[in-house]
Every structure is written in structure tokens, then in C-alpha cells.
Design a protein around this ligand. Structure first.
Ligand SMILES: C[S@@+](CC[C@H](N)C(=O)[O-])C[C@H]1O[C@@H](n2cnc3c(N)ncnc32)[C@H](O)[C@@H]1O
Length: 241
């Protein structure tokens, strides 16, 4: 079965629609995060759901040894052109184990979670993340702040980007934020979807505890300001194995 996330990520339309989520945003966040974490220069980092590698590539430029994994063949094929002896990319499903006890830091950035049809797959993925970390290693997840997203949901939006029309409908139903994206490319219509589970801090706390991860700190945006449920744009959790 082809899931919405197999179909949507890695397309040119995804890149166009999220073109504000660019390398500059990634660099700014990572500079702040690296300071906060106090990483050793030889740290081994795993970027889970790395997409086209914008975070992994920058962290490698800072001198870290970085591995990026993602389900999308297209995105990994693109990222591979940037590989070097301390930067590698692989097609891999985050629900499956990847190199146990190997990483000092694991990242899951920009709402790259909450996609699975089955609830227990959330736990499978988070357990696999915990297994990939060395003892004392840290995990950072950057997820949307459900409460703010739900309060400020814009049901319909149209956008024109580089001559491509985007007609976007959003809804919040049965614990999922669903986005339907109708693309008009040269009068040919294509449909894509995003369906992300509205996971709360409380739900992550339970998954992390069951995986043997202890929450260290919680932030609400890419400047690492405190998390305020009614106000923060992001939910950024740092946990430790
Ligand atoms: C919102 S994108 C973010 C990509 C990247 N972290 C960034 O910030 O540019 C989500 C990514 O999750 C990947 N993904 C979805 N399901 C996955 C899975 N089961 N295992 C690994 N990656 C997955 C998608 O292919 C996509 O690249």
C-alpha cells in the first residue's frame, strides 16, 4: 500500500510548498541546539527522517559525524550527492532498528512523526530510537504544538508558487490534523495529503518513559524559549537514555 507520506515527501511540490523551511532556518536552530546540548566534537549523530538532509549536511559542516535515514528513495538519492567519509545517508524505516548503542545524539526534526496508521508503531519507532542511542545519549524531537495548531487552523488557503497553484484544506478530526493539497500544475490537477496525529507532550512522556528515555528539557520554538502550550509554535523535547 502506498501511504500518503510515501507519495508526498520527496516531490517537487512538497519542496515548493515548504520552501520557507529552508537551510537558513535549519542552521539557526542547529547553532542554538548544539550550544544547548554541549556536544563533544567527535559526537556521532543520527538524523531520523532526514528528508533531503538540510540538518544532517549542516551538522556535518560543523564537524560532526552524521548519518541520515529516511523512507523516501527520492530524498535519499538527492542527499547522497553530499556524502563524505563522515556523512552518510540510507533509506530506512524509522520503525526498524538501526545500529544499536551507536549514537550520542538522535534527531527527529520538523514534524517527522505521527504518520503511522497503527498506534503501536509510534512505540516501535521510539523504542528503535532509544536502542540506537549510546547510554547517556540524547534525543531531540521537534514536533508541532497541537494546541496552537488546533486553535489557529486555517481551513482553506490558496497559494501560487513558481507558477504552480496550491489549494489547501485543513481539518482537525479524530485526533489527527489532516491537510489536503490540490496542486494545479499547468492545468493538470494532482492531490496529496498529510495526516499527522495530534500527539501531546503527555503522550510523548509516556512513549519516552516506556522506551527508557528521561525527559531533560522542553522548549517551544527554534530559539529554545520555554514551551507554553497555548502559545508556542513548536514542541521540542530533549530526552536522555
Ligand atoms: C516533514 S518531512 C521533514 C524532513 C526533514 N526532517 C526536514 O526537516 O527537512 C518528514 C520526513 O519523514 C520521512 N518519513 C516518513 N515516514 C518515515 C518512516 N517510517 N521512516 C523514516 N522516515 C520517514 C519522510 O519521507 C519525510 O522526508
Amino acid at each position: 500500500m502506498v501511504n500518503w507520506y510515501n507519495k508526498w515527501f520527496g516531490t517537487r511540490y512538497y519542496d515548493l510548498l515548504y520552501n520557507k523551511r529552508d537551510d537558513l532556518e535549519a542552521k539557526h536552530f542547529l547553532d542554538t541546539l548544539v550550544k544547548q546540548l554541549g556536544l563533544e566534537p567527535q559526537a556521532q549523530i543520527l538524523d531520523v527522517a532526514c528528508g533531503k538532509g538540510r540538518h544532517a549536511i549542516y551538522l556535518n559542516k560543523l564537524g560532526f559525524n552524521v548519518t541520515g535515514i529516511d523512507l523516501s528513495d527520492n530524498s535519499i538519492a538527492h542527499s547522497k550527492q553530499f556524502e563524505n567519509p563522515s556523512l552518510h545517508f540510507y533509506v530506512h524505516d524509522m520503525r526498524r532498528l538501526f545500529r544499536t548503542n551507536s549514537f550520542d545524539l538522535l534527531l527527529n526534526l520538523f514534524t517527522s512523526f505521527g504518520y503511522f496508521e497503527r498506534q503501536h508503531h509510534n512505540a516501535m519507532a521510539i523504542n528503535a530510537w532509544a536502542a540506537a542511542l549510546k547510554s547517556g545519549g540524547k534525543l531531540v524531537i521537534d514536533f508541532f504544538n497541537v494546541q496552537k495548531i488546533a486553535m489557529q487552523l486555517v481551513p482553506h488557503q490558496t497559494k501560487q508558487i513558481d507558477g504552480i497553484g496550491f489549494n489547501i484544506s485543513k481539518s482537525f478530526e479524530n485526533g489527527y490534523i489532516t491537510k489536503t493539497i490540490k496542486v494545479n500544475d499547468d492545468n493538470i490537477e494532482k492531490y496529496f495529503y498529510e495526516r499527522v496525529q495530534a500527539l501531546t507532550l503527555n503522550q510523548f512522556e509516556i512513549y519516552f518513559k516506556n522506551a527508557g528515555l528521561k525527559i531533560d528539557s522542553i522548549f517551544g520554538d527554534y530559539d529554545l524559549n520555554s514551551f507554553v502550550p497555548t502559545d508556542s509554535d513548536r514542541l521540542i523535547i530533549i530526552a536522555k537514555k
